[in-house]
Unconditional design. Structure first.
Length: 139
């Protein structure tokens, strides 16, 4: 398996997930993508990118910690094993009661992040430009 960040939190680099996916799949590997930094900042198209599994945490777009998501492709995905046995929720992959408020909040936060993605990118670009200008003034 190949595990890669979609967007690097330190450098801001967005990786070419489609190309990485093609290379991984050509060599018989699954692609697992940590997309924690990406939602609301760059478009994510799971079909085009051919990601096998993608994880992200909602605290990166204004939801309290402890809620996230794991996407598992029906096509090429590994078969995850249950970590907590019991109630058989989610096809026997997990047990315990779902965090319904967190799930609903994350869904709404995704909608807001998607709606504001373009305007936020413009603001960040402007702020980055101001920062660069001011840093160049320092002797």
């Amino acid at each position: 398996m190949v595990i890669v960040l979609m967007s690097n939190n330190e450098t801001g680099k967005n990786h070419d997930i489609r190309t990485i996916s093609e290379i991984a799949h050509a060599n018989g590997a699954l692609l697992i993508c940590d997309a924690t930094q990406a939602p609301g900042k760059i478009p994510i198209n799971l079909t085009e990118s051919r990601i096998d599994m993608m994880a992200f945490s909602a605290h990166k777009f204004f939801i309290p910690k402890a809620i996230g998501a794991l996407y598992i492709s029906k096509k090429n995905a590994a078969k995850p094993q249950s970590q907590i046995h019991g109630g058989g929720h989610q096809r026997n992959l997990r047990s315990r009661t779902l965090n319904v408020r967190g799930i609903i909040g994350m869904g709404k936060a995704c909608e807001i992040a998607r709606a504001e993605m373009h305007s936020d990118a413009i603001k960040v670009r402007e702020l980055r430009g101001r920062l660069e200008t001011e840093l160049l003034k320092i002797e």
